[in-house]
Design a protein around this ligand. Sequence first.
Ligand code: C5P
Length: 203
Amino acid sequence: MSSIVIAIDGPAASGKGTVSKAISEKLQFHYLDTGKLYRAIGAKYLEGDEPISAAKNLKYEDLDNYDLQKPEIAKAASEIAAIQEVRASLLNFQRNFSRKMPGAVLDGRDIGTIVCPSAKIKIFLTASLEARAYRRYLELQKTNSELKLEFIIDQIKERDERDQTRSSSPMVAASDAKIFDTSELSINEAIDEVYFYIQARIN
Ligand code: C5P
């Protein structure tokens, strides 16, 4: 028997992390936020490490060693994420994770297209730039009340463009992914809609 893989992709701050975590808890599946892998390498890159060797030597503990939510780490993550060798060295880890029984939820940008192209369920979660930036703004305000909404809008826009236009595994919805736009939904409504869709496909 093989594991049930749920791939959840989407742009920055689309709510995919919160939705993916909630779905994994409801289903008792394993959960991997693949953005954390790129962010940890981005953090090491900001400390002066060479990105390709940082990716090759990445340890699971590294994911807890930094404040990975910081905007400067997000920016660095999207820069190193454009390097083909960095992406290649993270593939095995992600694919091994997806084989965990009874199932795994992975969220990122290229899960349904490159990491797990044969995932049983593929979802692309998106929302308007304004809705996403405002959500991220409220989240980041808890730790840094000086951050301005305009700065976050610019950062997310720049990151989306880089993620969409890179030549290696650009962010794109898989042709067989179900697209959800969460602009008008609360986080609980988004979780319910996605869970409803998944349940219908698993049973
Ligand atoms: O999802 P999150 O915002 O944490 O991802 C940070 C950055 O890591 C993204 O902007 C993207 O450049 C990169 N990333 C990626 N592929 C993934 C997950 C994240 O390129 N599967």
